[in-house]
Design a protein around this ligand. Structure first.
Ligand SMILES: [Zn+2]
Length: 630
C-alpha cells in the first residue's frame, strides 16, 4: 500500500514545487510576504478528514471552491500528513491538538475509559474527563487574548478551565428523538385552505412536534396534500405545511424539507429558547395520498455567556442537529426502512451551512484573538458510509458506488466550509488553520471484548437485573472505543473494592492477552497490538488511568463492550472506524493554513502535538505549558 501511494504523492507535490522552490525551506526562516503574526486566528477541526482523503479531494477536483482547500495549498502551509497520537480517537486527539501534549500527559487516553481511583464499574467519557495539561484556549486567555470556542471536543463549559470567553457547547442530547410517521389517508381530515384540482379530495393531518420534558411538551402543526396541478390527471402532487402559529399553509419545494420551531423551556433551561426540528416528507403516494414523514430530532443552540447565546440564536436559529446515522444504517440494509442517502446528506449539508453561518456571524460580530471551531461531518458520514469491501454487511456493487459518490459530496461540503471561513476573514491580518483528528478505515466486524474476557473467566457479569452489568467483584473490565480497548484490573488498594491482589496481577493479564491474541475471524487474527504499562508509556500513553493492558484491533474490526453479546465476533452495521494504531497512514489527519503569520511550507509529516505550537507561533503567543517542543 505504501509503495503504491508514493508515486501519487510525487504527482501532488510536483504541482506546487515550482512555486515553492525559491522560498526558504527552513521552518524558522523569515516568512515571505506575510505579516509576522496574525491579528486573529481561526482554528477549525473537521472530524475524520484523513490526509489521504483530503489530498485525493484536491487532486480529483472534488475540492473545487476558489477559496477552499486548493487555495490553502497554493498560498499557505500544507502538511502532507499529520501523525495523530494513539489511540486515533476523537476526544484523545482533539485534546492533544489543543494542548500539544501526548495522551499520557493530558490524561485523555480513550473516548471512554476508567479512572483507577473509582470503582471498576465506573467509566468516564474522554470528552468530559479531567484534562491534565494546559489547552490553547487557557494559554491564550492567560496571555491576555480573547478566545471563542465553538463546540471543540473537551470544551464543554462545565468549569472555567473548559471554556473560552464565549462559545458554544455541543448539544449532545436532543429533546426528542427522530421518528418516521406513516400518515394514513383513512385518518385524515378534508377541510383544506388549499384548493385541490381534478376532483382529488384534500388530505389534512395534525401532527405534533414532541418536546419531551420541555414546557410546552408538544406543538401541533398541520400537513396537507392536494392535487395542485389542474391538468386533468388526478394525483397527489403537492404538500403544504402550516407551522405552529402560522396563518395558512405553505407549499413545500422538493426535496420537501420544512422546519418546525417554537419557544420552549427545556428541562435544563432557565429561560425559554428557540427549539426546533427539521422534518421531511420522505414519500408521497400519488394515488392514495399517504405520506411517510420524517420528524427530526429537536435541538436548540447552547451558547455562553447568555448575551452571546441570545444574539447568535436570533441570527442563526435553532441547532439543526447532526445527520441521522441510525436512519442511514437501517436504509443500507433495507430501503423500506430508515432514511435514504440523499436525506442523510441533506442533513449533513444543512449542519455544515449552519456552522458556516455561525462562523460568519461570530467573525463579523464578536471580538476575538483566537477562535476554535469544530465540524463533525466527515466522521459522521464515514462511520456509516465507508462501504468498499465485500465482507461488509451492507456491501453490494450499488451500495459501494453510492457510498463513494456520497463521500465526494461530503468533500464538496467540507471544501465549501473552508472557503466560507476564508471569505469572512481579512487575508492581510487574519489566519485560518484547518485540521482534523484522524482518518477512518473500512469496518466489517465487531469484537465483543468483555464477552471474550468473560468466556476466559476474567470478567464477571451480574445477570440478576433487567440488563447484564459488570459485577462489582469482577477481576477485570475492558473500556473501549473504536479499535482501542483499555483493560483494567480490579486491583485491591487501587480501585475501591478491588479484588485482585498485586501478586496475582501478572498471570491475569497474561491470560487476558492470550485470550485476545488467540481471537481469529476465519483464520485471520483480529488483534494488532497488546501493550503493557511500560509499552504504553513508551508510546505516549504513560498515565495511571491508562489500562493495565492497552489493546489495538487490526483495521476492519471495532470493539464493543456490550455485555449482552453472546458471540465474540459479529458483523458490524457500521462501516468505518478509527482508534487503531497511528502507524496506519490512512489514519493520519490534516493541517492546512493560510493568512497573516503563516509561512509558505510543505512539510511531509508533522506530529499532532505540533499543531498547538504552530498555532501559537502564528498568533504570536507562547505555546500551551505542556506542549511537546516543535
Ligand atoms: Zn473524530
Amino acid at each position: 500500500m505504501r509503495a503504491m501511494r508514493r508515486p501519487l504523492l510525487r504527482v501532488v507535490l510536483s504541482g506546487f514545487l515550482l512555486s515553492t522552490v525559491l522560498l526558504p525551506a527552513c521552518r524558522s526562516a523569515a516568512p515571505v510576504a506575510t505579516k509576522a503574526t496574525a491579528r486573529r486566528l481561526v482554528l477549525v477541526s473537521h472530524d475524520g478528514v484523513g490526509a489521504d482523503l483530503a489530498w485525493s479531494w484536491i487532486e480529483e477536483g472534488v475540492a473545487a471552491e476558489p477559496q477552499g482547500l486548493h487555495a490553502m495549498v497554493e498560498s499557505g502551509f500544507a502538511a502532507r500528513r499529520v501523525r495523530m497520537v494513539n489511540p486515533t480517537l476523537t476526544a484523545v486527539n482533539h485534546i492533544s491538538l489543543a494542548t500539544g501534549a501526548e495522551p499520557g500527559t493530558t490524561g485523555i487516553v480513550c473516548n471512554f475509559f476508567h479512572l483507577v481511583d473509582r470503582p471498576i464499574t465506573e467509566g468516564i467519557s474522554g470528552f468530559s474527563a479531567p484534562i491534565h495539561a494546559q489547552t490553547l484556549w487557557q494559554a491564550a486567555r492567560h496571555q491576555g487574548k480573547r478566545v471563542g470556542v465553538l463546540t471543540w471536543p473537551g470544551a464543554d463549559g462545565t468549569s472555567p478551565d473548559r471554556r473560552g470567553d464565549f462559545g458554544l457547547i455541543w448539544p449532545a442530547r436532543p429533546l426528542a428523538r427522530s421518528k418516521i410517521l406513516e400518515l394514513d389517508p383513512a385518518r385524515a381530515g378534508h377541510a383544506s385552505a388549499l384548493p385541490s384540482a381534478d376532483g382529488v379530495e384534500p388530505l389534512v393531518w395534525t401532527v405534533s412536534l414532541e418536546l419531551g420534558k420541555a414546557h410546552p411538551s408538544k406543538v401541533p402543526f398541520t400537513l396537507t396534500v392536494v392535487d395542485g396541478t389542474d391538468d386533468g390527471v388526478p394525483a397527489y402532487d403537492t404538500v403544504a405545511v402550516t407551522p405552529p402559529g402560522a396563518d395558512g399553509p405553505k407549499i413545500l419545494e422538493r426535496p420537501l424539507w420544512f422546519d418546525v420551531a417554537t419557544r420552549a423551556t427545556g428541562p435544563d433551561d432557565t429561560r425559554p429558547h428557540r427549539w426546533g426540528a427539521w422534518c421531511k416528507v420522505l414519500r408521497l403516494d400519488r394515488l392514495r395520498g399517504s405520506v411517510r414523514l420524517y420528524r427530526g430530532e429537536v435541538y436548540r443552540l447552547i451558547g455562553y455567556p447568555g448575551s452571546f447565546d441570545d444574539r447568535l440564536e436570533a441570527a442563526v436559529g435553532f441547532w439543526p442537529g447532526p445527520p441521522d446515522r441510525n436512519g442511514l444504517a437501517r436504509w443500507w440494509l433495507d430501503p423500506a426502512q430508515g432514511i435514504d442517502l440523499d436525506t442523510f446528506l441533506e442533513q449533513l449539508e444543512r449542519l455544515d451551512r449552519y456552522l458556516d453561518r455561525v462562523g460568519a456571524w461570530v467573525v463579523g460580530n464578536e471580538p476575538f484573538d483566537l477562535l476554535m471551531a469544530y465540524h463533525p461531518n466527515p466522521d459522521e458520514y464515514e462511520h456509516i458510509g465507508l462501504i468498499r469491501e465485500k465482507r461488509q454487511w451492507a456491501w453490494s456493487p450499488g451500495t459501494e458506488l453510492a457510498a463513494a459518490e456520497g463521500l465526494k459530496r461530503v468533500g464538496r461540503s467540507f471544501d465549501r466550509s473552508v472557503a466560507s471561513w476564508w471569505k469572512v476573514l481579512d487575508p492581510e491580518r487574519d489566519a485560518l488553520v484547518i485540521v482534523s483528528d484522524h482518518g477512518l478505515m473500512p469496518l466489517h466486524d465487531t469484537v465483543n471484548v468483555n464477552r471474550v474476557l468473560a468466556n476466559a473467566g476474567l470478567v464477571k457479569i451480574d445477570t440478576s437485573g433487567r440488563r447484564p452489568r459488570p459485577a462489582g467483584d469482577t477481576p477485570m473490565l475492558a473500556y473501549a472505543s473504536g479499535g482501542c480497548a483499555h483493560l483494567y484490573l480490579n486491583l485491591a488498594g487501587r480501585e475501591p473494592g478491588g479484588v485482585v491482589q498485586r501478586a496475582g496481577a501478572p498471570s491475569l493479564l497474561q491470560r487476558a492477552a492470550r485470550a485476545l491474541a488467540d481471537l481469529d475471524s476465519d483464520g485471520e487474527p483480529v488483534v494488532e497490538a497488546i501493550w503493557n504499562r511500560d509499552e504504553a508509556a513508551g508510546n505516549g500513553l504513560g498515565n495511571p488511568d491508562s489500562g493495565d493492558l492497552v489493546v489495538f484491533l487490526r483495521p476492519g474490526y471495532t470493539f464493543s463492550t456490550n455485555l449482552s453479546a453472546q458471540t465474540a465476533i459479529e458483523p458490524s452495521r457500521y462501516y468505518g472506524q478509527h482508534g487503531y494504531l497511528n502507524t496506519h497512514d490512512e489514519l493520519c489527519g490534516i493541517c492546512f493554513a493560510r493568512g497573516a503569520g503563516v509561512p509558505h511550507e510543505r512539510p511531509d509529516e508533522i506530529p499532532a502535538t505540533a499543531v498547538a505550537t504552530l498555532v501559537s507561533r502564528w498568533l504570536g503567543m507562547s505555546p500551551p505549558a505542556n506542549a511537546v517542543p516543535y
